[in-house]
Ligand binder design. Structure first.
Ligand code: APR
Length: 247
């Protein structure tokens, strides 16, 4: 993942950043890449596990067929995450929350690294690998308080099986999460899109909603995406190098 040429921040962006009232930040796997979390499509991929492509093992169909296998897969991924720490990109975003009157952080990531960096209110569009949810009553529980390494844990409220509280392929987003993010996008004046390939919807529609509402859209990514031509500014490089430049 070679960083682009030394990126500098334009005067225009410094002004927009300084004057922003309502600021929305959308992040994807790339914001965690420098922490060691493999991305899905940027070549650092977690492509195949036990012969199954991740789109299969991470799918609603797999949950129906073999919930213990789905737990095993997420236990494996959580094991990878255990030792990983937030990077300067997460820290920069966490630092912004006390600087802006209205900062909304929306993430597609399930790794919890934004919260580990100190971000308080994070709209998790795809759920969290650190939570479980009852398949029957929707009761949620932190996996840190549960025994999850021998088959599927049971719900303390209704004794039905619990599942990882992560949005799987073929599933809807958590109720209200996208709606809250879209409402904030429709009223923001600055929108940063950091480390996403912008191909997975409805998350990828958030910068489109912001732009249509007149926001200044800035993409941060070492590679071009379908969003690049659409953005007001593209900052080419690694988020961990670029976001701290904004102070
Ligand atoms: N800084 C910024 N961007 C980076 C960095 C970095 N250090 N390293 C990689 N990237 C960029 C890549 O160039 C790529 O465009 O991050 C993007 C990661 O894209 P994906 O792997 O497709 O991840 P994401 O966009 O978050 O995927 C969306 O798809 O698989 C599902 O549910 C999963 O939430 C995920 C969703």
């Amino acid at each position: 993942m070679q960083a682009g040429p030394k990126q500098s921040i334009s005067e225009k962006l410094r002004r927009r950043f300084g004057d922003a009232n309502k600021f929305l930040v959308l992040t994807g796997a790339g914001v965690s890449a420098e922490s060691g979390v493999p991305t899905f499509r940027g070549g650092g991929g977690t492509g195949v596990w036990k012969g199954l492509p991740f789109e299969v093992i991470s799918s609603a169909g797999m949950l129906e067929r073999d919930l213990p296998a789905v737990w095993e897969w997420f236990n494996y991924r959580r094991g990878l995450l255990e030792a990983l720490k937030p990077n300067p990109a997460h820290e920069a975003i966490a630092g912004w929350q006390d600087r802006f009157r209205d900062l909304t952080l929306v993430t597609q990531n399930i790794d919890g690294l934004h919260q580990a960096a100190g971000s308080r209110e994070v709209i998790e569009l795809h759920g969290s690998i650190w939570r479980a949810r009852c398949v029957q009553c929707d009761e949620r529980q932190s996996v840190r308080e549960m025994k999850v390494d021998d088959g599927e844990p049971m719900c303390l409220a209704c004794a039905n099986p619990m599942r990882p509280d992560v949005v799987l392929f073929g599933e809807m987003l958590p109720v209200g999460a996208f709606e809250r993010a879209a409402a904030k996008a429709a009223s923001c004046d600055l929108c940063f899109v950091v480390g996403t390939s912008a191909v997975v919807y409805p998350a990828a529609s958030i910068p489109e909603i912001a732009r249509a509402a007149g926001a200044y859209v800035v993409e941060v990514n070492p590679e071009r995406t379908p969003l690049s031509d659409f953005s007001d500014e593209v900052l080419t490089g690694n988020a961990g190098n670029i976001l701290p430049l904004l102070g």
